[in-house]
Structures are given as structure tokens and as C-alpha cells.
Design a protein around this ligand. Structure first.
Ligand SMILES: Cc1cc2nc3c(=O)[nH]c(=O)nc-3n(C[C@H](O)[C@H](O)[C@H](O)COP(=O)(O)OP(=O)(O)OC[C@H]3O[C@@H](n4cnc5c(N)ncnc54)[C@H](O)[C@@H]3O)c2cc1C
Length: 631
């Protein structure tokens, strides 16, 4: 039945949040790319919350944009609400969160893909990998089409052997009753990849006209919204509010009375769920002392009456879900449009991947997104762009791009996955980043746009603009450092700021270091000769106010980089390293870390093991050098 349907440089399987970024990156780097997906009407579909961003997730979207990816631009054009969270706290945790018009988001992403040169979008179900001599060279689809390529990226999300669970009802399906991807799961296993079973869940959707908003609290967007893309300067998107309500005593009673029908407690669910995104029944059991839980009512779009009930993810039976909904203030008369459900799916154990996201067992095969054990659109897209870049670089015979833990949340996430693995769907949190003061929303371009430019994803024009911004920020910091002011000049400003008067003349920069003094205040006395945007002024303020902390973190990074630079020979036999603990031998043998830095982050590898390894490597390198010089 099979027929040869085409030859490409790169094939990407799945047009979800990971696949879209992979395919766009690979095509924009000049590779002929095929993006194959089950249903063209589900490109960049959001099966769960209609939002992008939030703590750590918002940082990733900024990083994707700084590298030249699409998610940031797409959401800036299709958001229905934008809020900067945690503005009362330090800049490391300032996080942008947008409510998306789901349908506009999908349509725009599909249009961008359709209009991208070197990119072919096709509907089809990949069922088999073609592997020759350990190298993946193509795929076969359900309709028998055979596509060949030099690199393949699998981004199949929650579809691999997908199974929907809703109370006693269980059936094979992808999200939203899409076809599941069953045979590809078997093919991945057949070619040596170990899979793990995970699950996630989503809440019901309700009809807007049946909500009594007077019993809820309005949650509006920011009047002056900020944006995810460094290219977005303004927007006239109309913003819609979200609404806050809470579970009631009745809600908790209904759930407790029906726990025997809850699949996650009856043992019907096999897969492990996300620790940081629990279902409502899980929350009621785990936090039994908590009298109420927050419930956010979020519009799914401008042209739909569907509202997403954030905080009520559940796999309870349909009838119970309706009682739960109607026990919540504001939802007493609500009509349920879609029932909540849990979905189980296969994921690849991520320690089987190199930091480039290429699999260790199959050359030329990359995986990205939920298939790697993560949860979230942003986590998926962050992996997607890296896998797409590295598939293209593999085809072009160039070195892989690996983002370091001190360069980006994308680097933290991928390093955590491939070095430590995960036992439940991995979700990014700011607490996972040891250098989070360096990984801020405001400086993603300073960290990653030079990388995006070097690999050909950032245009010359955009790069020039970036260099100009960088230069202006540096000049302004220098100007503030060298500008001296007299106490009398600053008297009023400091008085207004509630800050101590100056006792003698001094430079403006030291004044800005005072917590109560802002750049905006100083600007009234020593206005800048440069044409600075609000974003540049914010950058100047953060760089000066947090200089001490930033310097401290940069010293830590220097130490980290020393360890990262100590590369481990890829043919090392850990069984040969005398004195190494057996657990360390086993773990190092499986993970095969690229550097001493990565080795030191593997669970079960102790500092003592690292010292022994360092001594062994010194000897190993000496012997190898001697052998090479023929001594
Ligand atoms: C029910 C549910 C609840 C969720 N809840 C949360 C949550 O609470 N919090 C959170 O952060 N995230 C949640 N998510 C996860 C979030 O949706 C995903 O993290 C994100 O969509 C993953 O992106 P992805 O690109 O990896 O995969 P997906 O977005 O799932 O996209 C995969 C794509 O691959 C295609 N595909 C699959 N198999 C094949 C094949 N064999 N051939 C061709 N195409 C194929 C599919 O059609 C789809 O387009 C939830 C997801 C679901 C389904």
C-alpha cells in the first residue's frame, strides 16, 4: 500500500505548541521542512487553560521570542487580557500573563505556518518511524505515505496512546475527542525508547449567559499592557476581564461524598498527574483543612460564550461535575458546555535525550514538548524551538545549540529533564532556577538574541535594533555614573521620595541605588539626552538597583561555567573508574553527562564521586594526549 510521498531535510510530527516552534525554526533556518499533523484545524490548539505566561512560563515565552520564535508575537496579536504579575515583588519574579482568544491564536499560527517559505503543512497521522542502521530516516503514515528526511522531530503531546477518563467512562482518544496516536507509541518502543505513563486533566467549560457575575469579583487586565514580543510596541486589542469566585462548603461535601466514584481514587487512573496542577478532588483531599479554593472564570475568546473554570480540573463523573459547578457562588444556574476530563498518555523518559533533545538511542530523532514529560504550552514551545534549531543544525552539519542554566529558563528546564528526569509532568517554576535574578522578563533579549542572530533566526534589521537598545542602556548607565549632582539640586526629589537628603555632592547612580528612589524621579532633574523607551529605562533601573546581587550571581555562574567547560570524553567507561560508587557508575552510565557540571547535577552522584572522576579524567586525558603524540 505504501508510496513515497516526499523528501525533506526535517520532518516535524505534530503541530501543537512544540511542533509549531520546531517547524518554523527549522524552515526559517533554510531547511525544507514538513509539518505533519493529525488535524489541520487543531494547529496550536489550547486543550486546557486559555492563557499563556505567568511565573517562569512567561519568562520562557520572552526567551522564545528573543531567539526568534513565534509564540510571543502570536499571543501579542491575539490576547484578550494582559497582566504583569508580582509587580510588588523583585524583577526576577515579574511575570507577564495573557488570556488568549484561543481560536484567533490557532488561526494566526496556522496562517504564519502556511506563509513561511521552506515549510510544508500536511494533514496525516504518523504511525511508524523508518530507522536504518540506528538512524531515523523517515516516517510512514496511516495512509501509507512514506516521507524521508535527515532529521525527525516528534512533538505528539498528550496524544500517544491517549485515553480519556471521566468518572466510570474511559475511551481511547486524544484531547477534545481527537484521534489518539496509538501505533507511533509502539514504534518508538520498538526502536528502543522507554516510555512512561502520565496524566493531566482539564475542567468543564460553562456558558457565559448562565453565570451570575454579580456573585464574583472582577479581575481586569493592565491598563497599559506590556508585551511578550520584543517587536511589539503597542496594541489596540480590546481586553476582557476574568472573574474570581470560590468553592463553597457544599462543593467540598459533594466531592467528599463522591470520592468513591473519582477515577484517581478508584485506581482507574494509571498515569501520574502534575504535582503543581492538581484536580479539585485532589486538592480537597490533600488540603482538607482549607475551607475554600479560588476559582477563576476565564473567557475562551471574543466570539464564543464558553468560559473556562480555572481551578476545577476534574475527572469526576459528568453528573457530579454539574453538582459541583452549581454549588459554586455565581454558578448556581450554570449550563455546562464541555465536561472536564483526565487524559492519560505515553511520554518518553527524558534522560534518554541529549541536551540538544536528540535521542541517544536513535540518531537523527529529536523529541520536544509534553512527550518529554513536561506540562504546559510554554514548556512545550521552549523545547520545540530548541529541537527545531538542533534538527536543522544537524542537517547543516553544525554544532547543537544548548542553552545554559544561567542563560535561560529553557536551559534550566531541558537540563533538569535530561539530567534528573521527572516522575510527574514537569512544570517550570521560578524556584527551579538557581540564577533567577539573571533570568528576568526584562533581559531575555540581552541573554538570547545574539544566539538567535548567530543561528539565523533573528533578522539583521531586528539585530541592529537590539544592538542600538543595548548600547543606549549602557550609555545611560554610564551617564548616570558620571553625572554629579549637588545636594540642593536633589532636595525636592528626595523629600518627595521620603529619602534622606544628600549631605554632599555625588553621582546620580548612587542615588538610584536607594530603594525609594526611581529612575522616573531622577529624570526630572537630570533628563537623559538619549531617546530611551520605557523598556530601556526599566532596564537601566534594574541593572543599577540590583547590581550587587547580579554581580554575586555572575560570580556563581563563573564557577558553574568552569565545571561546564570540563568536558567528559564521550567514550569514557565508568565501570573503569576505580573508587566511584556503584550508584554513580550506574547513573553516569545511563545519563552519559557531557560535562562535569552536568555530572554534578545527577541525583545520586556525590561530590566525592565528582572528585574521583576529575582525577580519573586528568589521567585519561594525559594518556590520550601521550597516545596521540605517539609517546
Ligand atoms: C486535558 C488536558 C489538560 C491539560 N492541563 C494542563 C494544565 O493544567 N496545565 C498545563 O500547563 N498544561 C496542561 N495541559 C497541557 C498542555 O496542553 C500541553 O502541555 C501542551 O499542549 C503541549 O504541547 P505539545 O506541543 O507538546 O503537544 P500538543 O499541544 O498536545 O500537540 C500535539 C500535536 O501533535 C499531533 N499529533 C499527535 N500524534 C500525531 C501523529 N502520530 N501524527 C501526526 N500528528 C500527531 C496532534 O494532533 C497535536 O496537534 C493539558 C493538556 C490536556 C490535553
Amino acid at each position: 500500500m505504501g508510496y513515497v510521498a516526499g523528501e525533506f531535510d526535517v520532518i516535524v510530527i505534530g503541530a501543537g505548541h512544540a511542533g509549531c516552534e520546531s517547524a518554523l525554526a527549522s524552515a526559517r533556518m533554510g531547511c525544507e521542512t514538513l509539518l505533519l499533523t493529525i488535524n489541520l484545524d487543531m494547529v496550536a490548539f489550547m486543550p486546557c487553560n486559555p492563557s499563556i505566561g505567568g511565573p517562569a512560563k512567561g519568562h520562557v515565552v520572552r526567551e522564545i521570542d528573543a531567539l526568534g520564535g513565534e509564540m510571543g508575537r502570536n499571543i501579542d496579536k491575539t490576547f484578550i487580557q494582559m497582566r504583569m504579575l508580582n509587580t510588588g515583588k523583585g524583577p526576577a519574579v515579574h511575570a507577564l500573563r495573557a488570556q488568549a482568544d484561543k481560536f484567533s491564536y490557532q488561526h494566526l499560527m496556522k496562517k504564519t505556518i502556511e506563509e513561511t517559505p521552506h515549510l510544508t503543512l500536511r494533514q496525516g497521522m504518523a504511525e511508524e518511524l523508518i530507522v536504518e542502521d540506528g538512524k531515523c530516516v523517515g516516517i510512514v503514515t496511516k495512509s501509507g505515505a512514506e516521507y524521508r528526511a535527515k532529521a525527525i522531530v516528534v512533538t505528539t503531546g498528550t496524544y500517544l496512546r491517549g485515553k480519556i477518563i471521566m468518572g466510570e467512562l474511559m475511551y481511547e482518544s486524544g484531547p477534545n475527542n481527537q484521534q489518539p496516536s496509538v501505533r507511533l507509541s509502539a514504534s518508538l518502543k520498538e526502536h528502543g525508547l522507554e516510555l512512561i505513563r502520565f496524566k493531566t486533566g482539564t475542567p468543564p467549560r460553562v456558558h457565559k449567559d448562565t453565570i451570575d457575575f454579580s456573585k464574583t469579583e472582577i479581575q481586569p487586565g493592565d491598563e497599559k499592557p506590556k508585551f511578550f514580543s520584543h517587536e511589539t510596541e503597542s496594541s489596540d486589542n480590546e481586553q476582557l476581564p476574568c472573574w474570581l469566585t470560590y468553592t463553597s462548603e457544599d462543593t467540598h461535601r459533594i466531592i467528599n461524598d463522591n470520592l468513591h466514584r473519582a477515577p484517581m481514587f478508584s485506581g482507574a487512573i494509571e498515569g501520574t498527574g502534575p504535582r503543581y496542577c492538581p484536580s479539585i478532588e485532589d486538592k480537597i483531599v490533600r488540603f482538607a483543612d482549607k475551607p475554600k479554593h479560588q476559582i477563576f472564570l476565564e473567557p475562551e475568546g471574543k466570539h464564543t460564550s464558553e468560559y473556562y473554570v480555572q481551578g476545577l480540573s476534574t475527572s469526576m463523573p459528568e453528573d457530579v461535575q454539574l453538582s459541583i459547578l452549581r454549588s459554586i457562588p455565581g454558578l448556581e444556574k450554570v449550563e455546562m458546555m464541555r465536561t472536564g476530563y483526565a487524559i492519560e498518555y505515553d511520554a518518553v523518559i527524558p534522560t534518554q535525550l541529549w541536551p540538544s533533545l536528540e535521542t541517544k538511542v536513535i540518531d537523527g530523532l529529536f523529541t520536544a514538548g509534553q512527550i518529554n514529560g513536561t506540562s504546559g504550552y510554554e514548556e512545550a514551545a521552549g523545547q520545540g524551538i530548541i529541537a527545531g534549531i538542533n534538527a536543522a543544525r544537524k542537517v547543516q552539519g553544525k554544532e547543537a545549540v544548548i542553552i545554559g542554566r544561567s542563560q535561560g529558563y529553557i536551559g534550566v528546564m531541558i537540563d533538569d529533564l535530561v539530567t534528573k528526569g521527572t516522575n510527574d509532568p514537569y512544570r517550570l517554576l521560578t524556584s527551579r532556577a538557581e540564577y533567577r535574578l539573571l533570568l528576568r522578563h526584562d533581559n531575555a533579549d540581552l541573554r538570547l538574541t545574539p544566539v538567535g542572530h548567530e543561528i539565523g533566526l533573528i533578522t539583521e534589521e531586528r539585530y541592529e535594533k537590539f544592538l542600538k537598545k543595548k548600547e543606549l542602556v549602557e550609555q545611560e548607565v554610564e551617564r548616570l555614573r558620571s553625572t554629579k549632582v549637588k545636594p540642593e539640586e536633589m532636595e525636592n526629589v528626595l523629600l518627595e521620595a521620603g529619602s534622606a537628603p544628600m549631605t554632599q555632592g555625588g553621582d546620580v547612580l548612587s542615588l538610584l541605588r536607594r530603594p525609594e528612589v526611581t529612575y522616573a524621579m531622577l529624570e526630572t532633574v537630570v533628563p537623559s539626552p538619549y531617546d530611551l523607551t520605557e523598556e530601556m529605562k526599566e532596564q537601566v533601573e534594574i541593572q543599577i538597583k540590583y547590581a550587587g546581587y547580579i554581580e554575586k550571581q555572575l560570580l556563581q555562574v563563573e564557577r558553574l561555567n568552569k565545571m561546564e567547560k570540563k568536558k567528559i570524553p564521550d567514550d569514557i567507561d565508568y565501570g573503569d573508574v576505580r573508587g566511584l560508587a556503584s550508584e554513580a557508575k550506574q547513573k553516569l552510565g545511563v545519563i552519559r553527562p557531557l560535562s562535569i557540571g552536568q555530572a554534578s547535577r545527577i541525583a545520586g552522584v556525590t561530590p566525592a564521586d565528582i572528585s574521583i572522576l576529575l582525577v580519573y579524567m586528568e589521567h585519561y586525558n594525559r594518556v590520550t594526549a601521550a597516545r596521540k603524540s605517539g609517546a
